[in-house]
Unconditional design. Structure first.
Length: 146
């Protein structure tokens, strides 16, 4: 698959993952907190966790199927995917802290951190999560570039 097409699919799948994560968070918000606009700190943490886990899981499924077209063992792949996403979550938080210390506003900080973590997630997915599969003496990468 051509690099441009792969990148376009990665971005589309990212938007779909975001939609899934927001829908899951809204469903949990409705089910557990009655859509209270100010459910409290603990509820915000729970909803944030629902948002992150559902988005990370949707991203794995979509990236595996449509972007990197992997047929490797799902268990180890998912573990690598989750670990890489925890890593980029920590990077996101560190960047937000540093950019905040530098005086950047919340939206500039969010855009900068999102840009960095999106690029990191792509390369981690391509070169760490969805690894090469050796079949019949032929090495192929699940994210091959047409």
């Amino acid at each position: 698959m051509g690099r441009k097409r792969e990148l376009a699919l990665y971005l589309v799948c990212g938007l779909c993952s975001m939609a899934v994560s927001w829908a899951c968070m809204a469903a949990a918000h409705f089910a557990f907190y009655g859509m209270n606009p100010h459910p409290g700190a603990a509820a915000n943490a729970v909803l944030g966790l629902v948002n992150w886990v559902s988005g990370m899981s949707a991203a794995y499924i979509l990236n595996r199927r449509f972007v990197f077209r992997s047929d490797g063992p799902a268990g180890p792949e998912f573990a690598r995917h989750a670990a890489s996403r925890v890593g980029t979550l920590l990077a996101d938080q560190a960047l937000r802290f540093l950019f905040g210390m530098a005086g950047l506003g919340v939206y500039a900080t969010t855009l900068a951190a999102l840009s960095v973590t999106t690029v990191l997630n792509y390369f981690l997915g391509k070169y760490l999560v969805f690894l090469k599969n050796d079949r019949k003496g032929e090495a192929s990468h699940s994210g091959r570039m047409g």
